[in-house]
Design a protein around this ligand. Structure first.
Ligand SMILES: [Zn+2]
Length: 245
């Protein structure tokens, strides 16, 4: 199984380029002759994070049909089943300045995405509603009404800074897929049937909005604080120079 050298650590979310010392790929042939698989084998992949404050291991195992390379090496070129062992589920670590309730709903939605897409989508919708209530200060009876109100605020130029037409268009695009839009007209806590891929689509939307709303607001505030501090320092220097004249 090929491993991409450009990698984002799932524990700390730090992008990095993997070097040989951080990576172990081992193929193992299963000595089982009586099965429907030809040369069944497993591949164990371990990756170490180079971020000094993380240094976690990521461990994945995959199962597939193997073959022998010309040198006699046994490899499993294509996975039939993949298993994430460490971490046991994949989600992007979100910064602590995003409200804990939203992060918890998001992480839980990721954890159960494959086991129970219906419950995962329910949590993702609740998280989306929580974001619109917290970040945009809009609370209505249904998520659908809240999104419509946010669109109105955006058109009236009264939406919070960071909320763009692009982010609203992304919400609307996801709403048009399968049953997601219909579910937004119901109570967010109601577990309703979904179509394949809907849970992942909602999770992707939440990750995008975390980034565009919370992370960018945090970065903007930090940049402003740096500029203000710099301006204060310059002002002080000028005053000191003037006093010295
Ligand atoms: Zn890491």
């Amino acid at each position: 199984m090929a491993v991409s050298r450009n990698w984002v650590c799932p524990h700390c979310d730090r992008p990095q380029t993997i070097i040989d010392q951080q990576l172990s790929v081992k193929h193992h042939r299963l000595i089982i002759l009586e099965s429907k698989y030809t040369n069944p084998g497993i591949t164990a992949i371990a990756m170490a994070c180079s971020n000094l404050s993380c240094r976690e291991l990521t461990l994945k195992v995959s199962f597939g049909e193997g073959e022998w390379r010309s040198g006699g090496e046994f490899v499993v070129p294509k996975a039939i089943h993949k298993f994430d062992l460490m971490p046991a589920f994949s989600f992007r670590a979100q910064p602590a300045y995003i409200p804990a309730a939203l992060r918890e709903d998001y992480e839980e939605a990721c954890k159960i995405r494959d086991l129970s897409p219906k419950a995962s989508a329910t949590l993702a919708r609740r998280c989306l509603q929580g974001m619109i209530r917290d970040f945009c200060g809009i609370a209505k009876a249904t998520l659908d009404q809240e999104i419509k109100e946010l669109r109105k605020k955006l058109d009236d130029r009264t939406a919070p800074s960071g909320v763009t037409h692009e982010s609203l268009d992304a919400i609307d695009a996801v709403r048009k897929v399968g049953n997601i839009g219909a579910h937004m007209e119901k109570d967010v806590d109601l577990i309703v049937g979904i179509e394949p891929g809907e849970a992942q689509m909602l999770i992707g939307l939440i990750e995008m909005l975390f980034r565009e709303w919370y992370v960018e607001r945090h970065d903007r505030t930090n940049r402003l604080a740096t500029i203000t501090a710099l301006a204060e320092e310059k002002k002080k220097t000028i005053e000191e120079l003037k006093a010295g004249l």
